[in-house]
Design a protein around this ligand. Structure first.
Ligand code: GLN
Length: 534
């Protein structure tokens, strides 16, 4: 069978959940036995989202191979349980960068380099790349942005060309739109969808299936109307109602026969019905929690839900594993200080201090660590959260009042967190952090070893600073245990305090590998410890 290509575009409004629809379809096809991957094409000029503030596009998701990518790749990995890579997230910036570098090398000597065909050729090459490896039956491409935007036009143009360059049964286009409900008129409105599909068609791309985000059920008449005006078969208009959990969406799409429509159009015969048993048992546990627990997520990007997406999702997975509902309370670290910490964190059964960059909100994070350490509240620090746990310990247990990370205070007399040696000579900011998967050796008899039940683990990283090994002995003498170490470079990856009921912090990002079917073990144990406290 040829590799099949499915393209998902969006119209009417952004934030309709294209990533979730794409991931849900991928899940259904995978559950029918196909080898599926998903990629995202983003229409902005940054080479990757690594240089973006989380307020811009939410969390930056890091893959095994160290690519800094869009958070939708996190959804893809969580839904499919697969690893994505650099090739799964392509931006306009990366496309232009490739074409312009080629131009400088002289690859186009004598020619005028243009959007069509040079940029579109490069887009097409990358759209087909994962399919060429031979490892996939289906490659789903999510085209970021909204149809009609100037930015996404070259992507749509590349799709238009591809639909004629490959056999009809290998290409499928899905358009996701919004059907708004007008309360005053008590009516669902289809006009924006009609316009959006017209726009797409005017660019030469014809959707095979229209998925409609809606708050209310689409009646058969409304489906017929959309089909009529949007030039698709009546059965090819499907609804996507707001779901109680994103993990319910594959089931909703199955009920709407999305996968069936897709395999019929792509002419893939003889597939079994989807086996979603893993997701099903996860959802049953999620829907029937026996208990609840309140956990504080202390960070500085808390105004934006998506800034800590993978952490939030990890709590959903870990909650289900413990049959409990985790109420994650986002606490703004900038507003936390010794005068209000008791009031803000007093009711919390667990405290997680989040990753981050720069100085803003650091003192609040340190204050949260101190509270957790002194009051025996289960504590979990991630990346900057670990670094602040180290600073807090240096200041309040060892007694070095000005201890700091040099990211925050380059002149401190106790740089307990310092820039990694190989980072010091770097001048470029994009893609130069310590990124991606690294091994970590766990010390026997520690909490980390009990949690993972393994001698070696691998987790993903994204940082420039590290624990300063000059201070190792002093910290150990004062009661801190270094339970996870990178075996190749001796970097501290995990710390813990055995004198505390549950105090663990990690330099890596465990949240990036948690899935509904394989919840991340530190999160699972952290929630369990919080339940003991509750
Ligand atoms: N800013 C810190 C560093 O670069 C922590 C990074 C993070 O939390 N991801 O090391």
């Amino acid at each position: 069978m040829n590799t099949k290509y499915i393209f998902v575009t969006g119209g009417v409004a952004s934030s309709l959940g294209k990533g979730i629809i794409a991931a849900s379809l991928a899940k259904l096809l995978q559950a029918r036995g196909l080898r599926v991957t998903i990629q995202k094409f983003d229409p902005y000029l940054n080479i990757d989202p690594g240089t973006l503030n989380p307020y811009e596009h939410g969390e930056c998701y890091v893959t095994e191979d160290g690519a800094e990518t869009d958070l939708d790749l996190g959804h893809y990995e969580r839904f499919l349980g697969i690893h994505t890579s650099q090739a799964n997230n392509v931006t306009t910036g990366r496309i232009y960068n490739t074409v312009i570098s080629r131009e400088r090398k002289g690859d186009y000597l004598g020619k005028t380099v243009q959007i069509v065909p040079h940029i579109t050729d490069e887009i097409k090459r990358r759209m087909l790349l994962l399919g060429k490896t031979g490892n996939y039956d289906v490659v789903i491409t999510e085209v970021g942005g909204t149809v009609g935007d100037m930015e996404s036009q070259p992507f749509v143009e590349a799709m238009r060309q591809l639909q004629w360059e490959m056999p009809e049964e290998d290409f499928l286009s899905i358009h996701l739109t919004l059907i708004p409900y007008l309360k005053a008129a008590q009516e669902l409105k289809t006009k924006p969808t009609q316009h959006s599909v017209q726009k797409l068609q005017s660019q030469g791309v014809h959707p095979d299936i229209i998925v409609c985000r809606t708050e209310k059920e689409l009646t058969p008449e409304l489906r017929r109307k959309i089909a009529l005006f949007c030039n698709v078969k009546p059965g090819h208009v499907i609804q996507s109602m707001d779901a109680w959990s994103i993990y319910q969406v594959p089931f909703n799409m199955e009920a709407e026969h999305l996968d069936e429509l897709v395999v019929n159009k792509l002419e893939i015969p003889g597939l079994p019905e989807p086996d979603l048993s893993g997701f099903k048992s996860f959802l049953e546990r999620l829907r029937n929690p026996q208990r609840e627990v309140d956990i504080a997520l202390v960070g500085k990007y808390v105004e934006l839900q998506d800034a800590y997406k993978s952490i939030q999702e990890s709590f959903v997975h870990a909650g289900a594993a413990n049959q409990c509902k985790v109420n994650v309370h986002c606490i703004h670290s900038e507003h936390l200080d010794p005068s209000n910490v008791e009031e803000v964190l007093g009711q919390m059964k667990g405290i997680l201090v989040a990753p981050g960059f720069g100085s803003r909100g650091l003192e609040g994070k340190i204050c949260a660590v101190k509270y957790a350490r002194e009051h025996g509240v289960p504590f979990f620090g991630i990346c900057l959260g670990m670094q602040m746990a180290v600073v807090e310990f240096a200041r309040n247990v060892i007694g070095w009042a000005d201890a700091a990370s040099t990211e925050d205070n380059p002149d401190t007399s106790h740089p307990v967190i310092d820039m990694m040696e190989e980072q010091k000579k770097l001048t470029l900011k994009g893609g130069t952090m310590r990124l991606g998967a690294y091994p970590c050796k766990l010390k026997e008899g520690t909490l980390a070893h009990r949690i993972y039940d393994a001698d070696y683990i691998s987790e993903r990283h994204r940082h420039r600073y590290e624990f300063n090994n000059e201070y190792l002995q002093t910290f150990q003498d004062a009661g801190m245990v270094f339970s996870g170490i990178n075996p190749d470079h001796n970097l501290v990856e995990m710390i813990e305090l055995p004198s505390h009921p549950f105090f663990i912090a990690v330099q890596f990002h465990p949240e990036l590998k948690s899935t509904p079917e394989k919840p991340q073990p530190i999160f699972v144990h952290f929630v369990r410890a919080a339940l003991v406290k509750a």
